[in-house]
Design a protein around this ligand. Structure first.
Ligand code: HEM
Length: 467
């Protein structure tokens, strides 16, 4: 089976009531989508105190994200939600503050730096295969946990030159899981402008506690490096923290303060591992369901790599592996929606969008839009060899966002995904666990409510290969 329709929450027949959306037993916003959500150009939700538009039409998406990006800054709600964890980081700031941060940080993700950190990524990939090699052959395994471990390890190594021991990986993983699960409970009352009586104070306290734990781990790593840099001893590190310590504001000539650095590193940790872990875990589910594609990926990895580990220049040569990842990002875009806020009143289609209104752009919907993609719900990595998909890519594909706020780590993420997927298909075969189908939910990223479990089998010809 090379093409098939992978799991996604069955759309409702008609629009869900907002009360049900809030108080009902839905696991996430994905469960509230209805059939027409996947075909409309623009939708709206109006309630007392809430004016929200869902924009799917490509020219309008371009207007919000590219042409008039400054008039549609990031939603303040996002900043409020993430502040305990990310402080004033680049992910949530706007205006001049964001511009200054972006100018200071872009260099840290330029090609030259990515080439420097590739060996650090490779070391994390080897540590992953060491862990997997120890598992009993054929075990049904929660690969989302392993993908979170390896991507967090990659972030630790490339940003801080630290490895992530199993114990702290699990502590951080637990804290992130708690933080993620609490997010909708904190956002919904604010979004729906419910009275203070409904304030989820317990959820807020637990979320702040989780954020505090994550930041405490990070501060312990950053403090000695910051102090040494301040004293004129930058050290010999070639990681991303080294370039952040060197970064200066082009206007004032000043670098990041300690707190700003912690904010940015916490943000890179969240934005940089949670998204990649989600996409890689979904990739493994998809290829476990498609043995034909998986065999072709294996053949491609063996043809390019033989039995050696992937090198920097190998990654771009594996076009099928790249297309599988591209298709995964289409079907399960880790960032399911982007929330913006209109700063001035303007017309969109036949609607008056007032200043202050929320404008939401959802790759989840655009990537599965009935008019923008052929066979939108099917997994078919070969579609990217067709003209039709090439057209759709141009106007209806935005897993990394668009415009000035486009993902700063997109090239990093693609390099990492190519490395991990090539390493995995070269050495292992993945089979589905039919009694444990994943259940997509939209939290901070698109994850599976019950994890992603696949069976892992060692390939004989690579079983003897050294890591
Ligand atoms: C598959 C992996 C990834 C996906 C799908 C992804 C997706 C995104 C998206 C959609 C945005 C823009 C959100 C918006 O416009 O509201 C974004 C922003 C960002 N991402 Fe990623 N990301 C990934 C990996 C990474 C990695 C590995 C890093 C860094 C190590 C990173 C760093 C950032 C940063 C710093 C921003 C904020 C940019 C700004 O606002 O100027 N991302 N990402």
């Amino acid at each position: 089976m090379s093409r098939f329709c992978p799991v996604y929450p069955k759309p409702l027949k008609s629009k869900a009531s907002m009360l049900l959306m809030f108080f009902g037993k839905r696991r996430s916003w994905l469960d509230g989508l209805y059939e027409r959500s996947y075909g409309m150009k623009m939708g709206e939700i109006k309630l007392p105190g809430l004016e929200l538009y869902m924009v799917n039409e490509p020219p309008l998406v371009r207007r919000v994200l590219i042409e008039q990006a400054a008039k549609f800054p990031k939603h303040t709600l996002l900043g409020k939600l993430l502040k305990p964890l990310l402080g004033e980081s680049i992910f949530t700031t706007n205006g001049e503050q964001w511009q200054r941060q972006r100018a200071m940080m872009d260099q840290s993700f330029a090609q030259t730096r990515l080439k420097l950190v590739f060996p650090l990524m490779k070391a994390a990939a080897s540590a992953m295969t060491e862990r997997l090699d120890k598992l009993p052959d054929g075990i049904a395994y929660d690969v989302d946990v392993e993908m979170t471990h390896v991507t967090a390890d990659i972030i630790f190594r490339t940003i801080l030159s630290q490895t992530l021991s199993g114990e702290s990986a699990h502590k951080i993983f637990d804290a992130f899981t708690r933080f993620q699960e609490l997010a909708p409970r904190i956002v919904n009352p604010v979004l729906f402008k419910l009275p203070r009586l409904f304030s989820p104070w317990l959820a807020i306290r637990r979320s702040n506690q989780a954020a505090g734990e994550i930041r405490a781990h990070l501060e312990g790593f950053i403090r000695p490096r910051y102090d040494a840099h301040q004293q004129g001893n930058p050290g010999a590190h070639q990681d991303i923290l080294a370039s952040l310590l060197d970064a200066v504001d082009p206007q004032t000539g000043r670098g990041f303060s300690f707190d700003e650095l912690v904010d940015q590193v916490a943000m890179l940790f969240l934005a940089g591992h949670e998204t990649s872990a989600s996409a890689l875990a979904w990739s493994l589910y998809l290829i476990s369901m498609s043995p034909e594609i998986q065999e072709r990926m294996h053949a491609e990895a063996v043809a390019v790599l033989g039995d050696k580990d992937p090198d920097y220049s190998d990654i771009k040569q594996m076009s099928l592996i790249w297309n599988v990842f591209r298709e995964t990002l289409r079907l399960y875009p880790p960032v399911g929606f982007f929330a913006r806020q209109a700063t001035e009143t303007q017309t969109m289609r036949d609607k008056t969008v007032h200043a202050g209104a929320s404008v939401v752009i959802a790759p989840w919907l655009i990537h599965r839009h009935r008019d923008l993609w052929e066979r939108p719900d099917e997994f078919d990595p070969d579609r990217y060899n067709t003209d039709s998909a090439k057209e759709s890519l141009k106007c209806a594909y935005l897993p990394f966002g668009l415009g000035p706020r486009v993902c700063m780590g997109a090239t990093f993420a693609l390099q990492e995904a190519g490395l991990i997927l090539a390493t995995l298909v070269q050495r292992y075969r993945f089979e589905p666990v039919p009694e444990h189908p994943p259940q997509p939910v939209g939290r901070l990223t698109i994850r599976s409510d019950n994890g992603i479990r696949v069976r892992i089998l060692k390939r004989e010809e690579t079983a003897e290969k050294t890591p």
